[in-house]
Design a protein around this ligand. Sequence first.
Ligand code: APR
Length: 231
Amino acid sequence: MKKLVFLTGAGMSAESGISTFRDSGGLWEQYPVQQVASIEGYWANPELVIQFYNDRRKQLLDVKPCEGHRLVAEMESAYDVTVITQNVDNLHEVAGSSKVIHLHGELMKATSTKNPNDPNCIVTLSPPNLDIKMGQKAKDGSQLRPFIVWFGESVPMIEPAIEEVQKADILVVIGTSLNVYPAAGLLAYANSHCKIYLIDPAEVKFDPSLGITHIKKGASAGMEELKGLLC
Ligand code: APR
């Protein structure tokens, strides 16, 4: 089977009702990103940051995968698929994708403040215990925190993601402004025979030498068109 790799961003979940970050009305217009999505912001006010992610986690209960998520999962019938996502929602998994690499963490998980990437400290949150509380401890005795990669922290999953892109026959980028590194740098690891598609209704800045085919549509309509091209 040919290897098909997806790189998705907030636009993938926009049609599920989850707001993006940098579109007009996006999350970073409503909240100061340094205050709620950086390691310095967490040190300065852990309670505010923990509450910010408690609120976003609760919203996940009311959203469903969009047709785009479903079509991404459906491609597994014809390709060896890996989804690399910058999103912290679990909508690719809920839609049925079986191999998902989360570069920026997972909203439904929590971890240790002291050792955030210690697998023994990572726990999955589920109703009715979705909220992380101040004073709640991880296995190593430090404050439990969201399992999110904040600005200023390393991206441990970037290495496995690079390996997947290097092996890709086809790379499909959906719903990311390609503003944030190292995620945006993954395109440079595509090998010379890899065909690259970009699904995004807006203009996105990318290296013109990569020969990218831009499907200027939303995630669901774009995946419909891509399915016609690939299957
Ligand atoms: N379908 C597809 N793409 C869409 C849709 C849609 N319905 N609606 C918007 N988009 C596109 C926008 O045009 C934009 O290019 O989705 C992209 C969203 O870009 P950002 O808001 O910057 O989100 P993203 O690229 O995922 O941000 C990367 O930044 O703050 C960090 O950790 C956060 O993972 C996030 C990272």
